[in-house]
Design a binder for this molecule. Sequence first.
Ligand SMILES: [Cu+2]
Length: 169
Amino acid sequence: MIGLRRRRLHRWTGWLVLGLGILALAGCGGADKPATATPTTGGTPAITVRDAWVRATTGTEPGQMTAAYLTLVNTLPHGERLIGARAEGAGAVEIHETTMQGEMMHMAPVSGVDVAAGASVVLEPGGLHLMLLDLDRALAPDDVVALTLIFESGLELVVEAPVRPLVQE
Ligand SMILES: [Cu+2]
């Protein structure tokens, strides 16, 4: 029990540190940004994933957490709602949104992300992201993490997301 309590405390500390790190490194104000990806015309209508990547962990020990980012592009004639995900090597994955509350950066779980017909949604630092929890190993650049995105319709998409350094140039 003591070990569990300690781990929980550690997790929250990690969130705080990560939040501050995003603030310091990405300099993101948490403002809403328009989607940058445009659904392509032609081809089979589908929901697709672009530019998926996972932030490298800060340490080398197991049990860490990190964030994954990607763009969802929906060329289907109907909306889809992302409701969860799995990640290779992660004990759990949550969908989070980072917002500014006054001058404090805050992130909290959200129940899902709607991707309207013909629209795209960007998960990016300072905004929506997937939180990969309880990693069984450290993640370094050049690693690849298989992400499975789960939609409310029952659709599941698997994407190979490369690990990128904490600081993006
Ligand atoms: Cu998060």
